[in-house]
Design a protein around this ligand. Structure first.
Ligand code: ZN
Length: 499
C-alpha cells in the first residue's frame, strides 16, 4: 500500500531541483550586483542564461507532468490542493512559452539594458528607441502565447500579480488618480517642514543604525545579511538565507533608513514563510503586489509614523550627535514632506502612485498600438504635467528613469507598486484592529505583536492562498482603496493642518 507522501515525494524532489536552480540563479544575480568585478559580466550573462534554460527544461520535463498527474489522481483529499494548483498553474504557463522565445528574449533583455545604460550616460537615445520597439514586439509575441486573455497586458500582469487584469486595475487606478491629484495640490503647497540635519554621517555608522532598526522589526541576521548596491533589493536563496542590499548618501540619513527598512520588509516576509513549504513554488510571496505591501507597510505605515520616531530618534541621536536638536515630531514631519517630483523612487507616499499610474497607462497605450515608442517621451511629459504638475528636464529624469522597460518586457512590471501601497494600508488597519494599541507598541520599540499578526495572516502562507483569499481572510474584505485614502487623509491632512 502506498501512502500519500509516497505519491507526493517524486513531485517534491523534482520541484526541489527547480528551486535549487532558482536559488543558484539568485545567488549569481546577487553576486553580479554586490561583489562581481566588471570583467565577469560576459561570462555571468552566459551562466545565468544557461541556468535559466535548464530550469525551463526541468519544468517541461514529461516526468514532472507524470508525477504531478499522479498526485492529482491519487491524493484527492485536499492535503496537497494548494501545491497542485500552483504547480499546475506554473507548468501550464511555462509550457506555453517556447524555448527559442526564452533565449531570444533573454538576449534582447541584455542588449536593451546595455543600450539603456548607454543612453542615460550619453543622451543618445536613437539606439534605445530601436531596442524598445523590439521589446514591444517581443511583449506582444509573449501575450500571443496566451490567446485567451482579454488584453495583451493581462498575460504579462498575470506573471507578477496573478488574477489581476487591465479590466480590474483600470477603474481602481483611475479612481486613485482622481482622488490623489487634488490631494497633492492641497498638501504640496504648504511651506515645507525643516529637513533632518545633513551630516555628513559615516557610512559604517549609517549601515549599522539602519540594520539595528531592521533587526528591531524582526529581520533575522542569522538567516540574512546586508550589503551595499546602487539599487537596493531583497533576494532569497532559501528559507535560511534571505539577504537585503541598501544604499547610503553621506548627507542624508533617510536614504539608508528607508531603503533598508523597505527591503527588510520584503525579506521578513520571505523569512516568515512556513518552512514546510520550502523546496516548492509555494515558498514565495503571494504576488508582486502583496510582496510590495509588506515592504511598504514597514517602510511607511511603521517607519514614517510619529510613534516609530519616538522610539527610533533617541537611538539615532546616540550614533549621530548632529540630530541632537531634532524632536520626534519634527523628524516625523521631515520624513513626510509632500512634494511634486519627477523621480518615482524619490516620491513621497502621496505622489508615488501617480508616478506608477502614468507608467501603467502608457504601457497599455503602447501595447494597444495607440502610442508609438517614438512618441513616448512626449506622452510621458504630457502626463507628468497633467498629473504631477512637473515637466522632465530630459530623458534621464523622464521616460528613461526606470530600468523595467529595458529589462525584457513592456507590461506587468509597475502595477504591483500601487497594489502594494493600497494593500499595505489594508493589512496595517486590520492588524491595528486585532492587535490593539499598535501605536503604543511601536513607540516602545515592541514590533513583535505586529510581526506576529503579519506572520499568522500573511507571511506563513507563502503562495498557498490565491491573493483574493489571502486579502479577504486577513482583512475581512476584498482589495479596497478606502483604507489607503483614509490613512493618507489622517496622516497628511493632519500634517497640513499643523504647518
Ligand atoms: Zn519593494
Amino acid at each position: 500500500m502506498t501512502s500519500d507522501s509516497d505519491v507526493v515525494a517524486p513531485l517534491r524532489s523534482r520541484l526541489q531541483e527547480i528551486e535549487d536552480l532558482g536559488g543558484a540563479i539568485s545567488l549569481l544575480t546577487w553576486d553580479q550586483s554586490v561583489t562581481m568585478p566588471p570583467g565577469g559580466a560576459e561570462a555571468r550573462g552566459r551562466q545565468l542564461a544557461t541556468l535559466g534554460r535548464l530550469r525551463h527544461e526541468r519544468w517541461l520535463d514529461p516526468e514532472l507532468e507524470r508525477d504531478l498527474a499522479a498526485v492529482e489522481r491519487d491524493v484527492p483529499d485536499g492535503a496537497t490542493a494548494d501545491l497542485v494548483r500552483v504547480v499546475r498553474h506554473d507548468l501550464e504557463r511555462a509550457s506555453r512559452v517556447p524555448n527559442d522565445y526564452v533565449a531570444r528574449s533573454a538576449a534582447h533583455a541584455a542588449a536593451s539594458y546595455d543600450a539603456w545604460l548607454d543612453a542615460r550616460r550619453t543622451g543618445a537615445v536613437e539606439r534605445v528607441v530601436g531596442m524598445l520597439e523590439r521589446t514591444l514586439d517581443l511583449s506582444l509575441e509573449y501575450a500571443g502565447f496566451f490567446p485567451e486573455v482579454a488584453h495583451p497586458a493581462d498575460a504579462l500582469i498575470d506573471d507578477a500579480d496573478e488574477g489581476a487584469t487591465v479590466a480590474s486595475l483600470r477603474p481602481l487606478f483611475g479612481r486613485l488618480r482622481d482622488e490623489l491629484v487634488p490631494r497633492v495640490a492641497a498638501w504640496s503647497g504648504a511651506p515645507p517642514p525643516p529637513p533632518l540635519p545633513a551630516g555628513p554621517f559615516a557610512v559604517d555608522e549609517q549601515l549599522a543604525a539602519a540594520l539595528e532598526l531592521a533587526q528591531a522589526f524582526g529581520y533575522d541576521l542569522g538567516r540574512g545579511r546586508q550589503d551595499l548596491t546602487a539599487h537596493p533589493f531583497a533576494i532569497r536563496f532559501a528559507h535560511g538565507d534571505v539577504r537585503i542590499t541598501t544604499r547610503v548618501k553621506p548627507d542624508d540619513l533617510t536614504e539608508v533608513l528607508f531603503s533598508t527598512l523597505h527591503e527588510a520588509g520584503h525579506a521578513m516576509y520571505e523569512q516568515g514563510v512556513d518552512p514546510g513549504l520550502e523546496g516548492t513554488p509555494l515558498a514565495e510571496g503571494a504576488s508582486a503586489g502583496v510582496h510590495e505591501s509588506q515592504a511598504r507597510l514597514w517602510e511607511n505605515q511603521v517607519a514614517r509614523s510619529r510613534a516609530f520616531w519616538h522610539f527610533a530618534l533617541p537611538r539615532l541621536q546616540r550614533r549621530f550627535p548632529a540630530l541632537a536638536g531634532v524632536d520626534a515630531d519634527g523628524a516625523f514631519r521631515a520624513v513626510n514632506r509632500v512634494r511634486r517630483s519627477l523621480i518615482r523612487t524619490d516620491a513621497d507616499e502621496v505622489t508615488y502612485n501617480l508616478h506608477v499610474i502614468v507608467r501603467f497607462d502608457l504601457e497599455i497605450e503602447l501595447l494597444e498600438g495607440r502610442l508609438a515608442v517614438r512618441d513616448l517621451a512626449d506622452a510621458w511629459a504630457e502626463r507628468y504635467a497633467a498629473d504631477l504638475g512637473v515637466t522632465p528636464t530630459g530623458a534621464v529624469d523622464g521616460w528613461l528613469q526606470d530600468v523595467h522597460w529595458f529589462a525584457g518586457t513592456i507590461g506587468g512590471s509597475f502595477q504591483g507598486y500601487t497594489l502594494g501601497n493600497v494593500l499595505s494600508a489594508q493589512f496595517f488597519a486590520a492588524a491595528a484592529r486585532e492587535v490593539g494599541d499598535v501605536e503604543a507598541h511601536m513607540a516602545a520599540g515592541d514590533f513583535a505583536p505586529l510581526r506576529a499578526w503579519l506572520t499568522e495572516n500573511v507571511y506563513r502562507h507563502g503562495r498557498s492562498k490565491p491573493v483574493d483569499r489571502l486579502v479577504h481572510d486577513a482583512t475581512g474584505g476584498p482589495l479596497d482603496v478606502e483604507p489607503y485614502l483614509a490613512y493618507l487623509d489622517r496622516k497628511f491632512g493632519g500634517l497640513a493642518g499643523v504647518r
